[in-house]
Design a protein around this ligand. Sequence first.
Ligand code: OAD
Length: 244
Amino acid sequence: MDFPTDLIQLLIKATRVSVLTGAGVSQESGLRTFRDSQSGLWAQYKPQDLASPAAFARDPKLIWDWYAWRREAIKGVRPNAGHYALAEMEKKISEFTLITQNVDGLHRMAGSNNLLELHGNILRVRCSVCGTFTEDWGDDSESVPLCGKCNGLLRPDVVWFGESLPRAELEAAVTASRACQVFFSIGTSGVVQPAAALAHAARNNGAVVVEINAEPTPLTPKVDFAFHGKSGEILPELVKAIWG
Ligand code: OAD
């Protein structure tokens, strides 16, 4: 892919870059994106109808099982070339912040360190009542495991529809978006707030905004550069074009 020279020049000199990623960056690792239809047993459900406190209150076992199934799917997958390219970018740029909506942990597995997980992490589990984290919950498939401290139902440490984002992560994401010289929006449909607003915060503060997505999104008309294709192909090419 040919990248515009002015973008390459800008990135060679840039010292502050922020990146927002969504489910699209994990698609080439074999994970379905959030809005893709699901497979097997779960095909009859919309993710939007399962990822909510109301759904958990109505049928905790159903929701626990859906996350257990997704956790299993994640266990077998590895980061792809796009995740590794972003980890490489972090090494080259002095203030590099990676903001992700993904809960799959693949960015960290690929070596990204300055990472803000806005929607939590599916591999972590906490009590729905007292909030205590646990790494040992003995899944017996009969019922939802209970908190060892207060006997409350355990749940994944992810943000559900209608819940607030973790405050410190969101504040850090807004700060990094406002302060950066270049902002990337990669593999996200850009429809879920407040993450989707970060690109606008960057743009309003003078950043050049770049989108990488398999297809156009509502953000596309507002960006300075849009590349349509797979992030696992475009990102390594971009890193190569900048740093050789
Ligand atoms: P979506 O499933 O909404 O969007 C995935 C985006 O990735 C789409 O725009 C695709 O075009 C694009 N895409 C697919 N494959 C790609 C590839 N190989 N390379 C580049 N782009 C590709 O997922 P998100 O935008 O991440 O939150 O969804 C945001 C949030 O919505 C999720 O984190 C989830 C949901 O609410 C929670 O569960 C809290």
